[in-house]
Design a protein around this ligand. Structure first.
Ligand code: ADP
Ligand code: MG
Length: 234
């Protein structure tokens, strides 16, 4: 189904919530492919299905119907255990609310989730986490507790955490939704830089036109369907 240059391909994806008379059709037949190394915005009104689509792409939620391939694997056909392993290895997540542990340091917040999932050796994890915090511009905040960081700094810690396992795909659900203009722009600059340098694929849901314009492709979701998907600007 997928071309080798695509990291993700979905076809005929639907998602219903509820059943019987109360069935709500949230995704109504989505076809979408993301090229490896792309930086795409997912736009649409509140309630249009953005978070649902990201959850399915992240294998956190099962679709009602449709095909889902990533890195050439048919994710509808692998076991729950292999799916968890696949997610931990290949997909990073950033959310609107950073979900950091308030009493842990920036370093601990970046290293612990990965160490737990991957059984990574602590010293190597610590080194990688510190390198990532330098990368996101927080070299002087490595040992600070999360509560002592600004909103923009917390979101940069969350980005470092998402990158810990060198994922091929990062799914970010309104990552700047809770930030002021300046912090939002800084987070977006960082995403652009990582995308350009590492060729990590990003899909970012956002309400913010400026953030969407900063992406190389814009995908518009309306009432559970993709209504426009601008090709990357030349
Ligand atoms: P968006 O992120 O674009 O605001 P969502 O994907 O969060 O949209 O939600 C789309 C629709 O799906 C909404 O009407 C929402 O109420 C519904 N929905 C989302 N998640 C669930 C769920 N777990 N159970 C039931 N309905 C849900
Ligand atoms: Mg949402």
């Amino acid at each position: 189904m997928s071309a080798p240059e695509d990291i993700v391909v979905i076809e005929g994806m639907t998602k219903n919530f509820g059943s019987g008379d109360a069935t709500q059709k949230v995704l109504k037949g989505i076809d979408l492919s993301l090229a490896k190394g792309s930086l795409a915005a997912l736009q649409g009104r509140s309630g249009s299905g953005k978070s649902t689509l990201l959850s399915i792409l992240g294998t956190l939620m099962k679709p009602t119907a449709g095909q889902h391939e990533m890195l050439g694997q048919d994710l509808g056909r692998i076991s729950e255990r292999d799916l968890t392993e696949f997610r931990n290895r290949h997909i990073g997540f950033v959310f609107q609310f950073h979900h950091l542990f308030p009493d842990l340091t920036a370093l601990e917040n970046v290293m612990f989730p990965s160490a737990m999932h991957m059984g990574r050796e602590t010293r190597a994890a610590r080194r990688r986490a510190a390198d990532l915090l330098v990368r996101v511009g927080l070299e002087d905040r490595i040992g600070f507790r999360a509560t002592a960081l600004s909103g923009g700094q917390k979101q940069r810690v969350a980005i470092a955490r998402a990158l810990m396992n060198t994922p091929e795909l990062v799914l970010a659900d309104e990552p700047t939704g809770n930030l002021d203009r300046e912090s939002a722009d800084q987070v977006m600059d960082l995403v652009r830089e990582i995308n350009a340098e590492d060729h990590t694929t990003f899909l970012i849901s956002t309400h913010d036109e400026k953030i969407a314009d900063g992406c190389r492709r814009q995908i518009h979701l309306d009432d559970g369907q993709i209504v426009a998907s601008a090709p990357p600007a030349k």
